[in-house]
Design a protein around this ligand. Sequence first.
Ligand code: NAP
Length: 276
Amino acid sequence: MSKLNIDTKIRLNNGIEIPQFGLGTYLNDNGRAAVDSMLYALEIGYRHIDTAAMYNNEREVGQAIRESEIPRQDVFVTTKLWNSDHGYQNTIDAFNRSLEKLQLDFVDLYLIHWPVEDIRLESWRALERLYADGLCKAVGVSNYMERHLNEILENFDVVPTVNQIEYSPFLYLKDLQQFCESKGVAVESYSPLTKGYRLQDSNLIEIANKYSKSTSQILIRWCLQKGVICIPKSSQKKHIKENAEIFDFEISDEDILRLDDLNEDYHSTWDPTDVK
Ligand SMILES: NC(=O)c1ccc[n+]([C@@H]2O[C@H](COP(=O)([O-])OP(=O)(O)OC[C@H]3O[C@@H](n4cnc5c(N)ncnc54)[C@H](OP(=O)(O)O)[C@@H]3O)[C@@H](O)[C@H]2O)c1
């Protein structure tokens, strides 16, 4: 495995590169404090921020990027279409509202947040339009199971670049990952820290102690070694820093297997398994 660092990028199926490590921002929506935490992340080397219309913090994301004075093209920004905004024209309008809040000329990646039944293909048609118009550099989906992806692959020319799914050793979606990769769709892990719920797992603690790392750092490193994009969230500087201190060690193959074995189909967020 080549050496990973905070600037390691994954090339998406349309040639665009996404930093493999980024900052999640769900529930980090508290005005100035949110801007400060995101600004801090950018100062210490994060170059990828994940937001969504639903998180109500696109303004803060845009402001942090501007205040950082990092050139726009050097920061990768993802935002997402919320469930109540599906449909062709609604999607275009929702995207424009996101751009307005972010105060950006384009987003790097625009995702369908959830595979809303009956109408999601109309929304994908709108994403193709936004992509063709250059308003987003890449388009993708989130919470899509194999059948949801197949619908797009069978009906459209543009293949999603990314499927953002809940993914951790406690929810090791190996088959879905294999399917995505076989179709050229990169997997991105959300809730890589299980929202904090499994950080005290005794097996995980044992492995963390072995590497003198925290359990959060082990979970993030596991994702990266799986070749997956990873966006742990924190609003606290201490955790933002800790979560980025994962490039000075490597988990052995044997311990990767031990982590794989922690799988218990544990969802800390929502579960799209039964969405038609
Ligand atoms: N597409 C989707 O449907 C979807 C769903 C969920 C999430 N997401 C995206 O993925 C991102 C990450 O997922 P998530 O926010 O659900 O959960 P997560 O990243 O698994 O966990 C976040 C929680 O862990 C805590 N934490 C962070 N670093 C820590 C550390 N080093 N030690 C101890 N606790 C730590 C955070 O608290 P503090 O803030 O206090 O540090 C927060 O409570 C989201 O923010 C969002 O951008 C997408």
